[in-house]
Design a protein around this ligand. Structure first.
Ligand SMILES: Cc1cc2nc3c(=O)[nH]c(=O)nc-3n(C[C@H](O)[C@H](O)[C@H](O)COP(=O)(O)O)c2cc1C
Length: 389
């Protein structure tokens, strides 16, 4: 590809390109929120209402946005968040995003609900320069979860991300209206939708059908894969309403590497996570895809940092659409930021090149905003740079 920008200049471009390429039902599954989508809109609106105070005349000619996370240097302060079904955005989409993350020197989090086997991702996108994390949800039958975790450990994943904000199935009516169920059933509506997107049909769906067969959740244990029948698209069979802090303690015993609890919005829960032995929390409202009345995570960030910032690593996500947003979080004390939709939109738009482009957009913007604030490194940012709404 001669144009390294792919004609995509910001995350809105990425989203628009993904929208064009994907069948509508799939795009909505990947892009939309929960209930009335208030939380999803708020994530961005609140972010935009936070202002940054620049300082001037400080010589910003040499800049470095690198950080050290869990003792490991990385080139920019972001991590690819887990997004289930990324393999439906592009053939082997998880591998494409993981390779893009490796090229940018940042961690990639593989979602349990991915279309690609975790062992294949480790083989195709692991090795020198990579940092692979594995996200999972607990099954009601704990034994099944623990088996998957053992596989991730065996495959060399460096961190385990336990997502705790979805004990029951979220309300996403659009998936039902669009017929996004598993197994995928062709209705008149979604057949027309798919036929209207021949590049996706040929490049993703038919390619799977001709190689590995109908896409499925390859990391689910065999027992649960067979039980997914016509339920709303998602990890249908493993919502686990009885997860508690005991599960975190148990995971601490089972998992020898970094343990991260994702989906925290309350400082007291962050303290609990630290007390249970977690190495990090991700302050997140799941990109506005679970509780619709949840606050924007950036608002919870300062309290969580004050409560546990000296004991454990604090990561934040949801609504980070610009490099300036990442800078806001870093100034408020976050150790890093996770990106969900942007890399996903990037891969849907143009595969690995699109995911690379998504990360490059953040990299360029972070670099620019750092300079405009009069800083050369992220550790020069303080809360004094930020004006909360
Ligand atoms: C299509 C999609 C699938 C997701 N799947 C998962 C998942 O399987 N596990 C998880 O912990 N979070 C999942 N998330 C949430 C992301 O990890 C992340 O918290 C969120 O996308 C961040 O918000 P942003 O999209 O505004 O960046 C998903 C998000 C999207 C958009």
């Amino acid at each position: 590809m001669s144009d390294p920008t792919l004609g995509l200049y910001d995350t809105t471009d990425l989203r628009n390109a993904a929208k064009q390429r994907l069948p509508r039902g799939l795009f909505e599954f990947m892009d939309r929120g929960h209930d009335d989508e208030v939380a999803m809109r708020d994530n961005v609106a609140v972010m935009q209402s936070i202002k940054l105070h620049p300082r001037v005349l400080t010589d910003v000619s040499v800049r470095d946005q690198g950080i050290t996370l869990f003792g490991k240097a990385q080139q920019m302060p972001v991590i690819v968040a887990p997004t289930g079904s990324a393999g439906l955005a592009w053939h082997d989409g998880e591998i494409a995003i993981a390779r893009a993350a490796r090229a940018h020197g940042i961690p990639f989090t593989l979602a349990l609900g991915s279309m690609t086997k975790l062992e294949r991702v480790a083989e195709a996108a692991g090795g020198p320069g990579s940092s692979l994390w594995f996200q999972f949800y607990m099954w009601p039958q704990r034994k099944l979860s623990h088996q998957v975790i053992a596989r991730a450990r065996e495959a060399g994943f460096e961190a385990l991300v336990f997502t705790v904000d979805t004990p029951v199935a979220p309300g996403r009516e659009y998936n039902l209206k669009n017929g996004m169920t598993i197994p995928f059933k062709f209705t008149a509506r979604n057949t027309l939708d798919v036929l209207a997107h021949p590049r996706w049909l040929a490049g993703v769906w038919l390619r799977y059908m001709l190689t590995t067969g109908t896409p499925r959740y390859q990391n689910f244990p065999q027992e649960t894969q067979t039980k997914i029948t016509a339920l709303p698209m998602g990890r249908s069979s493993n919502f686990c309403a009885d997860i508690t802090w005991d599960d975190v303690r148990e995971l601490r015993r089972l998992w020898p590497h970094k343990l991260i609890v994702k989906g925290i919005l309350h400082a007291q829960d962050a303290v609990m996570a630290a007390d249970c032995g977690a190495d990090a929390v991700v302050i997140s409202n799941h990109g506005g895809r679970v509780l619709d009345a949840a606050p924007a995570p950036i608002l919870a960030l300062p309290k969580v940092v004050d409560a546990v910032g000296k004991r454990i690593t604090v990561i934040v996500d949801s609504g980070f659409r610009r490099g300036a947003d990442v800078i806001k979080a870093m100034a408020l004390g976050a150790n890093a930021v996770m990106l969900g939709r942007a890399p996903l939109h990037g891969v849907a738009a143009a595969g690995e090149a699109g995911a690379l482009r998504a990360l490059q957009i953040y990299r360029d913007e972070i670099d620019r905003v750092l300079a405009l604030l009069g800083c050369t490194r992220l550790d020069q940012l303080t809360r004094a740079h930020v004006a909360m709404p």
